[in-house]
Design a binder for this molecule. Structure first.
Ligand SMILES: [Cu+2]
Length: 692
């Protein structure tokens, strides 16, 4: 503890010499009004103020505070977002609309891991299949929106220090004028493995006899992440703007106790170019063009674990018993136009993306013979969409649209011999091919009715779709006698989601209440399951299409009380059922929510929050998923905002409760099956300075 305070003092002194965002660029009432006025009941947002006040380590963790969102935690960082029970490729996660995929076949580095908070101004969430501007938003979409530089010079420096040597620091500087602007930033974060509520580190989740146990110093960093970014904007005319942005991220030594391996590095490049023209003439409201490219290099191995000490490892002249070297890249383009037509607005667009994913695994169980785990897979997608919104009457608004997509996939490094000998199971069938193509149509109609100035109703009916992802189609790792092999199913079909949503929002000057319910009928939903390889008789974990359903809802409310007091609460529930097997879907969060009370006079604030989840006893017996007990933890924080300075400090899980979230259970490949406990009592302080 003393060490933390020493660190804090040095940090505070250090940043006096720099220039950071006022934590509350928006006041509490602004937040309430924004949520009350401009958000549909199926939409959510998170402001950067809320993120900055929390000790969240990444966007996935920050988004857990949004009702209906949860995350899979595999270690100290790199939380993977789950939206209303949908995860992975069932949802889209973007930064400024840019599609990015992680490199790791075990989702060590989900898309949200590759953006730093300090790049982001706001997070927007669409729940349900109501995003037509992008392919594959089957269950919804999360879009992080990057910061725009203000006029004139601006800078901010922010530093968070916390228990277990957590450091989360960032500095950005920008200069804006009428003709253009430039913004640059750098962020660094690192931390040791944090303690769970039982006093042991997350790293210590295995007994020392386990091959999964760590052989590194307990005070090694559990991650070290550097991110640097630069963005330039040029205003060609008053209404025409072009932007070019580049980011580089280097993450090193990221530990994932939940899995067999840890990441040596993730190196990410991102480039995004946009051209936006507004109000071109009476009919053309806007034209948007976008081009982007990104790539991720990911290397993981078990060198930090006891499994790498096997005598066979050194006999083979290696330092690991298993390693996966993977890389992925995406480039894409989009053209979109907004046209004023009749009393409404017509949006049309076309988009294209190409994705490649390649991973080679070497492991002792196959005498280090490299296997094309993700066999150099190409995905090409081309799509077009049209959307129209129009006020029908004074208080009634209709919005609807459609989208078509064509997708081709090809696993270049997957031979017919390997397909026939390794991939044929009762589930996949025979006559498998390393090439597939998919055509899909999706669409929705949404109605919003402002019944009274205080009461708004929403209903939506949507058809969403997504193609099987490259891993679900073509992953192939023969583990021989070491355990079930992991196999794709090249015969998978696209998933189709038929969803219906109802919502109501009650708003007043000082409060809002948002309630939404949904029912989703999923045709050919893709789930993990166990089967047998026909040629060898060995067990395999593979993917199959099943008919499934998800239903649930969220309730959230914010209320301003007299004397600068505010109350906030939320509750979310989702129930997933595999209809083919009459059993629960795996990895579905139980009923969960939070309630908080805050005092905030725009200069000083103090807040207490109770976060809780019920137990989950609805588990998938095919995957031997285990039940999880319920839990409740208390967080407190307080802070101040003076002109350019802001300070926040708090303790999360103040009673040092030992708990596990249901989603931290298992996700193959390389899941160890162990539950990683959540962080126990955790102290943090954030200081930031900004001027603009
Ligand atoms: Cu990995």
């Amino acid at each position: 503890m003393l060490r933390i305070y020493k660190q804090l003092t040095t940090t505070i002194l250090a940043i006096f010499f720099f220039a950071s965002p006022a934590l509350s660029a928006t006041t509490m009432l602004d937040d309430i009004n924004i949520r009350a006025d401009s958000q549909a009941p199926t939409e959510e947002s998170l402001t950067i103020r809320e993120v900055m006040e929390s000790p969240a380590r990444d966007l996935g963790e920050a988004l857990e505070s949004v009702p209906g969102l949860n995350s899979v935690n595999k270690g100290a960082i790199a939380n993977d977002i789950v939206l209303r029970g949908m995860q992975g490729d069932d949802i889209n996660v973007f930064l400024d609309g840019v599609r990015l995929y992680g490199g790791c076949p075990s989702r060590m580095d989900p898309p949200s891991f590759h953006f730093d908070f300090a790049e982001v101004e706001q997070l927007k969430v669409i729940k349900g299949p109501y995003d037509l501007e992008n392919p594959g938003s089957l269950g919804g979409m999360v879009n992080a929106i990057s910061k725009q530089p203000p006029q004139g010079p601006a800078a901010n420096v922010s530093i968070t220090a916390g228990s277990f040597s957590l450091i989360d620091s960032s500095a950005t500087a920008s200069m804006g004028s009428e003709s253009g602007d430039v913004l640059g930033g750098y962020a660094y974060k690192s931390s040791h493995s944090p303690n769970a509520g039982d006093g042991s580190r997350q790293l210590e989740v295995y007994p020392s006899t386990s091959p999964r146990s760590y052989i590194i110093d307990i005070d090694s960093n559990a991650y070290e992440i550097h991110t640097a970014w630069i963005k330039g904007g040029y205003n060609l005319q008053d209404n025409v703007r072009s932007e070019l942005a580049y980011s580089y991220q280097n993450a090193e030594n990221v530990l994932y106790p939940y899995l067999f391996m840890d990441a040596e590095y993730d190196r990410t490049h991102r480039v995004n170019w946009t051209l936006k023209a507004d109000k071109l003439d009476a009919a053309v409201n806007a034209i948007d063009l976008q081009l982007y490219w990104n790539s991720v290099e990911h290397l993981m191995h078990d060198e930090f674990r006891k499994s790498s000490l096997n005598p066979m490892v050194t006999m083979n002249g290696k330092t690991y018993s298993m390693q996966t070297d993977s890389s992925t890249s995406v480039y894409g383009a989009k053209a979109k136009g907004d046209w004023l037509l009749g009393a409404g607005k017509l949006t049309t667009g076309i988009d294209y993306y190409y994705r490649n994913w390649d991973a080679v695994n070497e492991a002792m169980f196959m005498t280090y013979m490299p296997q094309p785990m993700l066999p150099d897979i190409d995905v090409n997608n081309i799509g077009a969409f049209v959307e129209y919104s129009q006020p029908l009457a004074h208080s009634l608004k209709i919005k609807g649209g459609a989208r078509v997509d064509h997708t081709t996939t090809e696993a270049n490094a997957l031979t017919q011999a390997r397909l026939d000998s390794l991939y044929v199971t009762n589930i996949s069938g025979a006559n498998l091919s390393n090439k597939n193509d998919f055509s899909a149509a999706s669409g929705n109609i949404q109605l919003a009715w402002q019944a009274t100035p205080e009461l708004e109703f929403f209903s939506g009916i949507g058809l969403g779709t997504r193609t099987p992802d490259p891993q679900e189609l073509y992953i192939g790792l023969n583990r021989a006698s070491m355990g079930p092999s992991w196999l794709g199913n090249p015969n998978l079909d696209s998933t189709l989601n038929r969803q219906i949503d109802f919502g109501a929002k009650v708003t007043g000057e000082k409060f809002f209440l948002n309630a939404s319910v949904f029912y989703s009928s999923l045709n050919d939903f893709i789930t993990l399951t166990q089967d047998i390889v026909v040629s060898t008789g060995n067990a395999a974990k593979t993917y199959q299409n099943v008919d499934a359903s998800l239903w649930g809802g969220e309730l959230s409310s914010q209320l301003a009380l007299p004397l600068d007091f505010y109350l906030r609460g939320s509750l979310a529930y989702v129930r997933g059922e595999n209809e083919d097997k009459d059993q629960p879907l795996s990895e579905i969060a139980p009923l969960n929510g939070s309630i908080s009370a805050r005092w905030d006079n725009d200069t000083y604030f103090a807040e207490i929050t109770e976060r809780f989840a019920a137990g989950q006893d609805r588990v998938d017996p095919d995957l031997s998923e285990e039940t999880t007990p319920g839990w409740a933890v208390t967080d407190i924080k307080a802070g101040a905002n003076w002109e350019k300075w802001s300070l926040a400090a708090g303790v999360n899980n103040i009673f040092d409760i030992y708990y596990l979230t249901h989603l931290s259970y298992q996700r193959d490949p390389f899941a160890s099956g162990v539950k990683v406990p959540e962080v126990g009592a955790f102290i943090y302080t954030t200081l930031s300075y900004s001027f603009y």
